[in-house]
Design a protein around this ligand. Structure first.
Ligand code: ACO
Length: 343
């Protein structure tokens, strides 16, 4: 059975920087830089321009990951796309990315499967676990796993929505998971979910149980109420569960490999709130030089946080061959996951 390792990483964030102060001065939100910084660690985020979707952000991230793996796009056997902000209700973003990559064009067109993952902040780790299993089973040799989000279009950027809108940003990260006979790669992963909290952090938009599923006015134009249109979140409950679940799933994955936290060289935590990660770091006694963050610059990019962090750490030389990496995430669902990787 081959091992599954990360052969290439890449990321892309849109160029427009939106600071906390911009949320106040440009969008008119009643907030302050200090409020957001103190509670979340966020200083700025990136917002994509109108006309740009998650597959657009994913394209340069994917191209970089494929190039850094020393591969051509035709070498891919599968695409896994994790996002909570797909272009449309259906189809998912995976097929749009496949087309944008040019995989469907010309005499060498390669109609690889494109799988969409709907696990919010844990989406990338759900995708990584799936890719690892596909590679280890021998079904695929090179799987592209992408996390990409265009949150800015679907945030209530008013004072009413400030508790959610101030947290999120746009961006994309990608990795290629490849087969190898070398003694390296994804060693263990654990995933979990607790559907009792499905409505605690959700954006419903419509209710498929209703007829019609979106209310229409006299002219047949869909009407979506603010409660349905925008995300709702019980922030304190999310915070409490995030800390508990991330700690537990990290321990589970370490136990699976019979290692302790001290054996890990780099911790790559999902970037929902710097305070959540600082709490974990303190409780687990992790030194600062073993942790990477980017929430200060990008906010919460949901499925993209971990692959962006991996790509940035590789680029800066912080993540090198031979290191042991732990990735941990928690998010809406609730869902969570962890993976241990020998880089
Ligand atoms: N600026 C100013 N004031 C604000 C803002 C803001 N951006 N947002 C909320 N407030 C106000 C609230 O309206 C409230 O005012 P009130 O007391 O007059 O009603 C007050 O600040 C306190 O609000 P809380 O929501 O109780 O603030 P809290 O201390 O819980 O912090 C926060 C909120 C930062 C969201 C925190 O709960 C948190 O980070 N939780 C985790 C959330 C998270 O990680 N979410 C992403 C999950 S990832 C995913 O799966 C998508």
């Amino acid at each position: 059975m081959p091992n599954a390792y990360i052969s290439g990483t890449g990321f892309h964030v849109p160029p427009r920087v939106v600071t906390n102060e911009d949320l106040r001065s440009q969008y008119g939100i009643d907030t302050t830089h200090e409020w957001i910084l103190q509670r979340t660690g966020i200083e700025s985020r990136r917002f994509a321009d109108e006309g740009v979707g998650s597959a657009d952000l994913a394209l340069p991230a994917s191209e970089a990951a494929i190039a850094n793996a020393g591969l051509r796009k035709e070498d891919l056997d599968m695409i896994i796309f994790a996002t909570l902000s797909p272009e449309h209700c259906f189809p998912g973003s995976g097929v749009y990315l496949q087309h944008k990559l040019g995989l469907c064009d010309g005499p060498d067109a390669k109609f690889v499967p494109a799988l969409d993952v709907r696990n919010q902040c844990s989406g990338f780790l759900y995708g990584l676990a799936t890719a690892t299993s596909m590679v280890k089973s021998g079904a695929s040799r090179h799987v592209l796993v992408v996390g990409a989000e265009t949150h800015s279009a679907a945030l209530d950027l008013t004072t009413r929505g400030r508790n959610v809108a101030s947290l999120f940003g746009d961006g994309a990260g990608a990795v290629v998971v490849s087969a190898t006979d070398e003694d390296r790669g994804v060693r263990a992963w654990r995933l979990g979910a607790d559907g009792r909290f499905a409505d605690t952090l959700s954006q419903r938009v419509w209710d498929i149980k209703k007829r019609p599923f979106i209310t229409q006015d006299a002219n047949g134009v869909g009407q979506v109420s603010p409660e349905m249109m925008w995300a709702r979140m019980d922030g304190k409950l999310v915070f409490k569960n995030a800390v508990e679940r991330m700690m537990r799933v990290l321990m589970e994955v370490c136990l699976a490999e019979s290692i302790s936290g001290q054996d890990i060289d780099l911790f790559v935590f999902h970037q929902a709130n710097l305070r959540i990660n600082q709490y974990l770091q303190q409780h687990l006694g992790i030194p600062d030089d073993k942790v990477v963050h980017n929430i200060q610059r990008y906010g919460n990019t949901t499925a993209a946080t971990i692959p962006i962090l991996l790509a940035e750490a590789v680029e800066s030389g912080k993540l090198r061959r031979g290191m042991k990496v732990a990735c941990v995430a928690f998010g809406s669902g609730f869902t969570w996951g962890a993976a241990l990787i020998d880089w």
